[in-house]
Design a protein around this ligand. Structure first.
Ligand code: IMP
Length: 417
């Protein structure tokens, strides 16, 4: 049985948490395939607030198995903290032995490099994501499976510090003390190794048996993809659907239905091009009405209008079968709502995303706003203006909008036939 996939089609924070939480109830296995604890969402269950950064959202379904795939970079410290929120994870959490580790020094490198970039800083989350992926690609990273042999792992880390002494000195980073590092690794070995498996094999076996439904949960968003996003202002992994193949060991034909998640407007955290950004009071209003502050870093998000050019590009890149349109209620009370339908670029009007997104000017179409959609659960109850807005987005992105969310509450969701 093929696995279904959820992917953000903007710059992250599209509201994937609510959809995955909603869908996770129907799936037996939920997998993360890229990113690390730079991602994050908070879910309230029975009055208890649960913050998820690394553990897939299926953890809220007591019957689901959750997999952290090989494409994820794992901070053992962050993972252990997250695990403390749950009583019994036995058999409910599995970690690929090929997932790479994020150590404290990766975070230190991340922050030091951001300081050095000065006004050209990427605006990373400071979680060590880029340095951990860099080490992986330059073949000097460490996989979680290496915790099986602490002595060898420790020796490799010490050697790595020796080989890169000048580099660490230049960044002002002091090497970890051997005994402290050993204690830390020992703790990770004890606490995490019981969860470490060959996740790819596990998935293949389940797919062959065909008894369990599998959901693949993307983190961040398409426009932050290392190859297809707004490079260099991106994260360091393939956030698009294809990332699930490398990040879990699946073949393209193992992917079934792809649902793209989009907000009814647009946000971005960190620096980099954002053509439809609204810098004036309307942007502030979107931020306030949408509570647009980062879950991981608390930073205010940049806000603007729905960019249908970028969304169409993302739908094509991911092969989206349908879209879930989130936070429609945030647009309640706006008199006019703008959507970018094309860009002006080098004196021409274009309807595609050039690699140099910095230099486009959006061409807008204005839609009439509506009073209130908050809490609406049926399509027919939506104001006609909201229906027209959604239908226009479908036409512009050439993708059906199958789900519309009208409040953070799980119940306030329109599922269209
Ligand atoms: P990094 O992933 O921490 O290296 O950050 C690189 C860029 O991706 C920065 O602009 C971050 O703000 C952005 N980013 C990383 N994770 C997320 C996320 O989960 N949501 C939104 N933006 C993110």
């Amino acid at each position: 049985m093929a696995a279904d996939l959820i992917v953000g089609i903007q710059w992250g924070d599209e509201g994937k948490g609510k959809i995955v939480d909603l869908l996770a109830q129907q799936y037996d296995i939920v997998c993360r395939y890229q990113g690390g604890h730079n991602a994050g969402h908070t879910i309230v269950v029975d009055g208890k607030t649960i913050a998820l950064h690394l553990i897939p959202s299926g953890i809220l379904n007591p019957k689901a198995t959750n997999i952290i795939g090989n494409g994820v970079v794992v901070s053992p410290e962050a993972l252990l903290k997250e695990m403390e929120q749950f009583e019994d994870l036995d058999g409910r959490l599995l970690i690929s032995d090929k997932a790479h580790l994020i150590f404290k020094y990766h975070e230190q490198i991340d922050r030091a490099k951001e300081r050095l970039r000065g006004k050209n800083a990427i605006g990373t989350t400071g979680r060590g994501i880029g340095p951990a992926y860099s080490d992986k690609v330059s073949r000097q990273g460490h996989r979680i499976g290496e915790l099986r042999d602490i002595d060898t792992l420790l020796a490799k880390i010490i050697d790595y510090f020796k080989a890169n002494e000048a580099y660490f000195k230049a960044l002002g980073i002091t090497p970890p003390k051997e005994e402290e590092l050993r204690t830390e690794l020992e703790l990770y070995r004890q606490k995490l190794l019981p969860f470490v498996v060959d996740a790819t094999n596990y998935l293949w076996e389940n797919m062959e048996q065909g008894e369990h439904k599998i959901l693949l949960e993307g983190a961040q968003g398409t426009m932050l993809d290392i190859d297809h996003g707004t490079y260099p202002y991106v994260t360091s992994s393939n956030t698009i659907a294809a990332g699930a193949c490398t990040g879990l060991g699946l073949a393209p034909k193992d992917i079934g239905k792809v649902t793209g998640i989009a907000k009814a407007y647009c946000t971005r955290v960190g620096n980099g091009p954002f053509p439809t950004e609204e810098l004036g009071p309307l942007g502030d209003r979107l931020r306030e009405q949408g509570h647009e502050f980062g879950t991981t870093t608390g930073r205010p998000r940049r806000c603007g209008w729905f960019d249908a050019v970028a969304a169409k590009y993302a739908c094509r890149l991911n092969g989206c079968d349908e879209l879930a349109l989130m936070k429609l209620d945030v647009l309640d009370g706006f008199e006019k709502i703008k959507v970018a339908t094309a860009y002006e670029y080098e004196g021409e009007r274009i309807d595609y995303v050039p690699s140099d997104l910095e230099n486009v000017t959006p061409v807008y179409v204005e839609f009439d706003g509506w009073d209130k959609v908050e809490g609406i659960k049926r399509w027919d109850d939506l104001p006609i203006e909201a229906q027209r807005y959604i239908q226009a987005l479908e036409d512009l992105t050439q993708t059906k909008i199958g789900i519309v969310s009208t409040s953070p509450d799980r119940a306030d969701t329109i599922i269209r036939k």
